[in-house]
Design a protein around this ligand. Structure first.
Ligand code: DLL
Length: 440
């Protein structure tokens, strides 16, 4: 790994554990996690009893495939604390995600849960290339969102100097990135681009400074977006994955050596990939919906949680030496999928097409309307600020974009060419879709 002799969070025994041993550890912890959920959470007990399951029935990992799932609505239905396996008094932290509809989902952590989260997030940052003594500029939002405090505690555990910026106030972010000389930045990939753009505009060069590593996640992004960010910020962009229902950031993180998909930390989580329609496991290495079971969570054990995220698992050893399976880049969520006149479409597919066109800025929104009972997709994209346009070239580029999207994605879209800066910039998770079709 090129890091012999160092003692930062790389735990060789765990991170390069032979897979057979890792699977044995998983089975042992899985039994404990099922026992915790069965004994302490009414919903899990009732559901498992309904499936004829008794703790102790888990003989092998494959037995899992017949057990019930947990879904986001279970948390909503048991709002706020009904799925906790510990009395509220024993919890040291709550987080919540608002969601667009209905009640928020609330998650809770014991002291032990927070401790393991900090460890896993430190492990993730180290895996991405951060080191003790680094300055870590943390622009994930602080508050109920798990990104800010999760990355904060992990960077502290690693022994880095954390700058707790949170999202927003982009001008100040840029000044402090430069003045404090951060080596690592943590934020959403869309916000990284917004920072790069403003830095360019203000003539502040972050590209040739000490900034070397970006730890980006919390929303889907493409390889094209990775290249764009790496070029514009002069750093190595790594992909970090997580979700509040399971823990927060640090469920999986990419290594600096491979950049080949986030390593899922299999000593704490069990990953399955299922066909979302049949709900059965897919063949090894095939794509489907990611399902996660927590192995060490005390306050909120999650059994076969349906993430809705689409990925595939690669279990062959990585160039970095780690044996923990890699999640292939998460291209979208089953519930992000748009159906436009019968064609299934993920925003990331359009992103991949758009980012191949040199005259466009990497900012876009998809607007879906219903006109005369037909779905209509309009792609709002920006022309690069560096190139000056006439109405004719605007129209010509718009036409090229339309063609390119049609040939790559198979959807006919209108293209609205906009001047640089007119697509709203996000400070956290980017809004990629404005679905204006009538509901119901
Ligand atoms: O987004 C936790 C997080 C914070 C992860 C900071 C990484 C960095 P939630 O708000 O609960 O938690 O949203 C979780 O975001 O189910 C995915 O759909 C999406 N997501 C998270 N990371 C990635 C990623 C945090 N690297 C939901 N690529 C997940 C694609 C991601 N999607």
């Amino acid at each position: 790994m090129g890091n012999e002799g160092t003692t930062y969070m790389f735990n060789r025994a765990v991170e390069t554990m032979p897979r057979e041993q890792l699977l044995e550890l998983q089975l042992q912890r899985l039994r404990e996690s099922y026992a915790n959920a069965y004994e302490n959470v009414a919903l899990h007990r009732e559901r498992l009893e309904g499936a004829g399951f008794k703790p102790g029935d888990l003989k092998q990992l494959a037995d899992l495939a017949d057990l019930p799932f947990t879904v986001k609505n279970d948390l909503r239905d048991n709002y706020p604390f009904g799925m906790f396996a510990r009395p509220r008094q024993g919890l040291l932290r709550l987080h919540a995600s608002s969601g667009t509809t209905g009640k928020p989902t609330v998650v809770g952590y014991t002291a032990g849960d927070l401790d393991r989260w900090a460890d896993l997030m430190a492990r993730s940052l180290a895996c991405a290339g951060a080191r003790p003594g680094d300055i870590v500029h943390n622009a994930y939002g602080y508050g109920l969102f798990t990104g800010g405090l999760g990355a904060h505690d992990g960077a502290t555990r690693l022994g880095a100097t954390v700058v707790p910026m949170s999202g927003g106030n982009t001008e100040k972010q840029i000044v402090l990135l430069r003045d404090f000389a951060a080596r690592v930045i943590c934020c959403t990939p869309s916000y990284a681009l917004a920072i790069a753009e403003l830095a360019d505009k203000e003539g502040i060069d972050l590209r040739n400074g000490p900034l070397a590593i970006g730890v980006f996640g919390a929303e889907p992004w493409t390889e094209a977006m990775r290249r764009e960010i790496e070029e514009r910020l002069g750093l190595r962009a790594t992909d970090i994955y997580g979700l509040s229902e399971i823990m927060g950031p640090g469920v999986a993180c990419e290594c600096e050596q491979g950049q080949a998909g986030p390593h899922g930390w299999e000593d704490h989580f069990l990953f399955e990939v299922i066909d979302p329609d049949t709900e059965r496991p897919v063949a090894d290495g095939e794509a489907g919906e990611l399902v996660i079971t927590t192995l060490t969570k005390e306050a909120l054990p999650m059994l076969r949680y349906r993430t809705r995220d689409i990925t595939r698992l690669a279990t062959e050893k990585c160039v970095c030496g780690r044996t923990h399976a890699r999640l292939q880049r998460i291209t979208g969520r089953t519930d992000d999928m748009l159906i436009i006149r019968g064609v299934n479409l993920y925003p990331s597919q359009v992103e991949a097409a758009l980012l191949g066109i040199a005259e466009l800025e990497p900012h876009y929104q998809l607007v879906v309307d219903r006109v005369n009972h037909l779905d209509e997709l309009t792609i709002e994209v920006e022309a690069r600020s560096s190139v000056s346009f006439t109405p004719e070239t605007f129209a010509a580029i718009g036409e090229r974009v339309r063609h390119h999207v049609k040939s790559m994605v198979g959807v006919t879209a209108k293209v609205k060419m906009m001047t640089a800066g007119s697509v709203p910039r996000s400070m956290g998770k980017a809004v990629r879709v404005r679905d204006q079709r009538p509901k119901g």
